[in-house]
Design a protein around this ligand. Structure first.
Ligand SMILES: Cc1ncc(COP(=O)(O)O)c(C=O)c1O
Length: 368
């Protein structure tokens, strides 16, 4: 099976993890964290182009800590897309705030700015744009509205490490940026996350939040939890961080080759980088005018791990239906028509050619 994404773990990662196991020190609950954690934070902050990074134990933790840091809770509304991974909405609910769902555009599947503007109310407190599949959201439009309405911007950059918008890396544009290092992400430590920011006060607050709110001996002044990144994960992600540029380069190359193969096929829309944007190609997502699921089945039967992400948009799930009878036509269209194809760094040109010819054959059989 050609996997849609997979962890790319070499001997170097294994060696560093073994060193941690031999050291007898598997975690560090000090305020600043261990030297391994701090090394990662320094390198991530540099890569993203911000003053600070705070390592945590998942992307969900990064988002939750961000909402706590910005005092978002009961009575507040948070504007989010419905076409995203459910964690983006769950952390809003976990804070007792209300998720308000915004439609997307169909060029890059990120937030539609006109719909965002329509959904802002006097209770709105924050916008969480999701850089879906790795493509940056329209950050100029989002920042403009946030300034006009005094809203925080928390970038859900879980999928977009390495992407940029007008020369600024995602995660460096809003008040806070949240990353995930879950097993399928562009770099991984199994489970892990981080928050990036240029704000000194939020940085200190977030370090408390990831560690039960504690700075000095048991005297918390903010709600915190155990959101710390353990040592084995920190050791692993440090090695992965060194490989990020080469991983991104290979993804870009694979996406380019795949687009060349698929260009001109009828019934299929290929992903494009919008002007001023750099895509990290975490997911290469096409849309098919019709018969998506029949084509998906043919590809999967041939051993190609093509995958549909977000088949049920969040606003239509049992849990979230009660938050309003939303009409989000583009979100619904995308959920019925998209499909992601593999372009991860380990694929050979032959693999890409196989993916492309299988898509071509399936379309011929089903659509033409
Ligand atoms: C868009 C988005 N937000 C949030 C998350 C949550 O990250 P994690 O799985 O590391 O908790 C993920 C990923 O898995 C994601 O894709």
């Amino acid at each position: 099976m050609i996997a849609i994404n997979k962890p790319l773990i070499g001997e170097e990662e294994k060696e560093e993890v073994m060193k941690v196991l031999s050291s007898g020190k598997l975690t560090d609950s000090s305020f600043d964290g261990s030297s391994t954690v701090r090394e990662f934070e320094k390198n991530l902050a540099k890569f993203v182009g911000v003053k600070h990074a705070i390592a945590v134990n998942s992307g969900t933790s990064a988002l939750l800590a961000s909402l706590i840091a910005l005092d978002i809770s009961y009575g507040d509304e948070v504007l989010i897309p419905s076409f995203t991974f459910i964690a983006t909405a769950n952390i809003v609910l976990a804070r007792g705030a209300r998720p308000v769902f915004v439609d997307i555009n169909l060029e890059d599947y990120t937030m539609d700015i006109n719909d965002l503007e329509r959904k802002i109310t006097s209770r709105s407190k924050a916008i969480i744009p999701v850089h879906l599949y790795g493509h940056p959201s329209n950050m100029d439009g989002i920042i403009k509205l946030a300034k006009e309405h005094d809203l925080f911007v928390i970038e859900d950059a879980a999928q977009s490490l390495g992407s940029s918008y007008k020369d600024n890396k995602t995660g460096s544009i809003g008040n806070l940026g949240c990353f995930s290092f879950y097993s399928t992400k562009v770099i991984t430590c199994g489970e892990g996350g981080a928050i990036t920011t240029n704000d000194d006060d939020l940085y200190i607050k977030l370090k408390k939040i990831r560690n039960h709110g504690i700075t000095a001996y048991y005297n918390p002044d903010v709600l915190g939890l155990n959101l710390r990144m353990p040592e084995m994960e920190a050791a692993l992600i440090n090695v992965q961080m060194k490989k990020i540029e080469s991983f991104l380069e290979k993804r870009r190359k694979n996406a380019k080759i795949l687009s060349e193969y698929l260009e001109g096929l009828k019934g299929i829309n290929l992903p494009k980088e919008k002007k001023g944007c750099v895509h990290n190609w975490y997911l290469y997502t096409i849309s098919l005018e019709k018969n998506r699921d029949a084509i998906l089945k043919i590809l999967n039967d041939k051993g190609i791990g093509a995958t549909v992400y977000y088949r049920i948009p969040i606003h239509k799930t049992e849990l979230y239906k009660k938050f309003g009878d939303y009409k989000l036509p583009k979100t619904v269209w995308a959920s019925e028509h998209v499909m992601s194809l593999p372009v991860h760094p380990e694929l050979t040109e032959q693999d890409i050619s196989n993916v492309a010819s299988s898509v071509r054959d399936a379309i011929k059989l089903i659509i033409e």
